[in-house]
Design a protein around this ligand. Structure first.
Ligand code: PGA
Length: 251
C-alpha cells in the first residue's frame, strides 16, 4: 500500500545556523512520536550535510530541493545528484513550479534530472500543477496530464513506482489560497487514473500523491482525509516546527 508522506520544502529560507536549529527542533518533536506518515524535510543545498548530522534518519528523511540535469563537469554553480546523495540526503524535489517558472525548467530537463536522481538512489518528489488561468479556463487536466506524460511516462513501471508525485496548483502556492479538499481530491483521482491507464491499477494504487499549496495545520486534516490525497508538500508552514508538526499530526 502507498505511504502517507508529509514533506517540508524550505525553499530559499534560513541561514545554515537557522536551518540546523529548525531541523533539530523537528527531529526533537519526532522523538517518541509515532506519526502515521513518513516525514521528510527538503532543505537548501548548503544545509544538507549539516542537517544530516543532527537528524535521526529512521524518523526524518532528508532531501534537496533540486539537482542538476548533468552528471558532472563544467556547469558552474550547479549541484549534481551525486553531490546531493553524498551528503546523506535520499530525496530530491524536481520540477517545482518555481523552478519551471523562474528557471525555465522543461520536461526535457526534468527527464534528465529524474534519470540522474535514480542513478544516485534519490527518490524524486516530482511536482506538477496548473496556473490560475488554466484552472479558470478548465484546461488544468490537460496541463497536468502533459506534465506527467512528457517527463515521466517513458519510465518503466519499476522506475515509475519509485516516484512520489506532488500536485501543487500554482495559484495556491504561498498565496494563502488553498484548493478545497474536493478540488484536491478531484485532480488527485484524475492523476491516479492516468497512472492506472499507463501502468495498471496496482502501480497507481501504490503511488503516493501529495497535495501542496498553502497547507496548514488548520486545513491539512480535511485535505488528507480525501482518499486520493496521500500527504502534503509544505512550504511556508514547514519553516516553523510546531506548525509543521501540526500538519504531520493531521494524519
Ligand atoms: P506553500 O508552498 O505551502 O508555502 O504554499 C508549497 C510548495 O511550494 O511546495
Amino acid at each position: 500500500m502507498r505511504k502517507n508522506i508529509v514533506a517540508g520544502n524550505w525553499k530559499m529560507n534560513t541561514t545554515l545556523q537557522e536551518g540546523v536549529a529548525l531541523a533539530k527542533e523537528v527531529n526533537e518533536a519526532l522523538k517518541g512520536a509515532e506519526p502515521k506518515c513518513d516525514v521528510v524535510i527538503c532543505v537548501p543545498f548548503t544545509h544538507l550535510a549539516s542537517v544530516n548530522e543532527v537528524i535521526d534518519p529512521a524518523k526524518l528523511g532528508l532531501g534537496a530541493e533540486n539537482c542538476a540535469d548533468h552528471k558532472s563537469g563544467a556547469y558552474t554553480g550547479e549541484v549534481s545528484a551525486s553531490m546531493v546523495s553524498s551528503t546523506g540526503a535520499t530525496y530530491v524535489i524536481l520540477g517545482h513550479s518555481e523552478r519551471r517558472q523562474y528557471y525555465g525548467e522543461t520536461s526535457a530537463t526534468l527527464k534528465e534530472k529524474v534519470a540522474l536522481a535514480f542513478e544516485n538512489n534519490l527518490t524524486p518528489i516530482f511536482c506538477i500543477g496548473e496556473v490560475l488561468e488554466e484552472r479558470e479556463n478548465g484546461t488544468y487536466h490537460e496541463v497536468v496530464k502533459a506534465q506527467i506524460e512528457d517527463a515521466l511516462f517513458h519510465l518503466s513501471a519499476d522506475d515509475f513506482s519509485k516516484i512520489i508525485l506532488a500536485y501543487e496548483p500554482v495559484w495556491a502556492i504561498g498565496t494563502g489560497k488553498t484548493a478545497t479538499a474536493d478540488q484536491a481530491e478531484e485532480i488527485h483521482a484524475y492523476i491516479r487514473g492516468l497512472i492506472a491507464d499507463k501502468y495498471g491499477k496496482e502501480v497507481a494504487e501504490n503511488t503516493s500523491i501529495l497535495y501542496g499549496g498553502s497547507c496548514k495545520p488548520s486545513n491539512a486534516k480535511e485535505i488528507f482525509e480525501k482518499p486520493d490525497v496521500d500527504g502534503g508538500l509544505i512550504g511556508g508552514a514547514a519553516l516553523d516546527a510546531p506548525s509543521f508538526m501540526g500538519i504531520v499530526n493531521a494524519f
